[in-house]
Design a protein around this ligand. Structure first.
Ligand code: GLY
Ligand code: MN
Ligand code: MN
Length: 439
């Protein structure tokens, strides 16, 4: 499992790249996540902040990375000190010495020296880059450090003049994946696909949705992965609830089940949706709608290549979905009219995808200035068209009511097209039926 790791040199290269983009006279402050109480004295499983992990690889909570371009010690890490008693109860800590030895920090200090050292580190700096407005506790501390400097104005200190939101700069770097990141994401796609295959093979009428979730999580865990978001397992019309996570209904003969689940491997997400028949055979109406969604996915993937603007593949999917809705009698009139008045949105209310990376909805921008982002090799996105016919949809052929279908794959843009990272689980009806039959 260690083989999935991003090498230490890559973390160093990421920091160097960010510092080069910030320029001298700047400082960046990037905070680790903190542990959160779930109930009484139990915490949620800890998940590191993606930006912090991207730059440091440091896995512990309650740390602060300081980056100072042009400085002799550009990377300073504040972290929890070693503590034999705490480590017996709660787990190992690197401590400042470990941060230097194992995580490449140029200098490292215990967290309780933050308030003493940060004003010194900020002295003489022009611009402070950090993610303001995201964590009120950090906002208060940064304000406090700047106030501490301002109080010394008469002794000639220079107080930073600009606060810069780090998001745009850093997330522009996160948007294009390195070869090592793509390798981890290939593995995440492969493991996520294996989970979906297993769910298809186990599925039969009478099982609970929870059982399929358990099968998927089992497959992820065996491969050394966790989950990248809570799985959605929706049988029958539960599939029409886009973020259904109750996952506790019985799966019924004759229904479809929609599963949207992905693993997280070394902090990188998979995000796959498949919709398949509980009993292994698609009915006529299910098949008709499914073929429309699959054709939309193929049409969308066909336009994923360098140079295309972000909305192009969504628009390609919308056209095919709208044509299909008209041909099945769910919409009337001409395709261009129905696209223009957006009446397809009654049955297709979400976008066709999002950036994928360390966050399942990677927080990178979709516009560069006023223009939509143009795709580049190394960007990773999902392609996930769907159709959702509400169980109480009025004026709709009853055979289609209560059917929700989404087909979602993870796709890396390549030099001349795209690579499907999640191709390990089929999408074609014949292939899905064969996999379920031969289980
Ligand atoms: N699993 C969330 C999404 O597909 O966007
Ligand atoms: Mn998605
Ligand atoms: Mn998804």
């Amino acid at each position: 499992m260690a083989s999935f790791r991003i090498p230490a040199e890559e973390y160093a290269a990421r920091r160097a790249r960010l510092m080069a983009a910030m320029g001298e006279g700047s400082i960046a402050l990037v905070a680790a996540a903190t542990e959160r109480v779930r109930n009484h004295d139990v915490h949620y499983p800890f998940r590191q902040d993606s930006d912090f992990r991207y730059l440091t690889g440091f896995p512990e909570p309650d740390a602060l990375a300081v980056l100072r371009p042009g400085h002799a010690e550009p990377y300073v890490l504040f972290c929890r000190p070693r503590d034999p008693l705490m480590e017996i109860w709660h787990g190992r800590r690197a401590g400042p010495a470990g941060a230097i030895e194992r995580f490449g920090a140029d200098a490292a200090y215990p967290l309780d020296e933050l308030d003493q050292r940060l004003p010194e580190l900020l002295e003489g700096v022009e611009r402070v880059h950090y993610r303001y407005g995201a964590d009120p506790a950090l906002d208060t501390r940064v304000s406090g450090w700047i106030s501490a400097l301002r109080a010394k104005l008469r002794s000639g200190v220079h107080v930073p003049r600009e606060l810069v939101n780090l998001d745009a700069l850093l997330h522009a770097h996160r948007r294009v994946k390195s070869p090592a990141e793509l390798e981890v994401m290939r593995s995440a796609g492969r493991i996520s696909a294996a989970g979906h295959r297993r769910a298809m093979q186990v599925c039969r009428p009478g099982l609970n949705e929870r059982r399929l979730e358990a099968e998927i999580l089992h497959e992820f865990a065996l491969a050394g992965a966790g989950w990248s978001y809570p799985a959605i397992v929706g049988g029958g019309d539960n599939a029409c609830i886009l973020h259904y996570t109750e996952n506790d209904a019985e799966l019924r003969d004759g229904d479809l089940v929609l599963i949207d689940a992905g693993c997280e491997l070394d902090s990188y997400a998979g995000d796959i949706t498949r919709t398949f028949p509980v009993n292994g055979r698609y009915s006529g109406p299910q098949r008709a709608l499914y073929e429309v969604v699959l054709a939309a996915q193929h049409a969308a993937m066909a336009v994923v290549r360098p140079g295309m603007a972000w909305p192009d593949y969504h628009d390609a999917a919308v056209r095919v979905l709208t044509e299909g809705l008209i041909s099945l009698g769910l919409l009337e009139g001409g395709v261009d009219e129905r696209i223009a008045d957006e009446s397809y949105r009654r049955f297709y209310m979400h976008r066709t995808g999002h950036w994928l990376g360390m966050d399942v909805h990677d927080p990178c921008e979709y516009k560069d200035g006023a223009d939509w982002t143009r795709l580049e090799a190394g960007m990773v996105l999902t392609v996930e068209p769907g159709l959702y016919i509400a169980p109480d949809a009025e004026g709709v052929d009853a055979r289609f009511r209560g059917i929700g279908i989404r087909i979602e794959d993870d796709v890396a843009v390549t030099a001349d097209g795209c690579e499907v990272l999640s191709a390990g689980v089929p999408t074609a009806i014949d292939d899905i039926e064969a996999l379920m039959r031969d289980a």
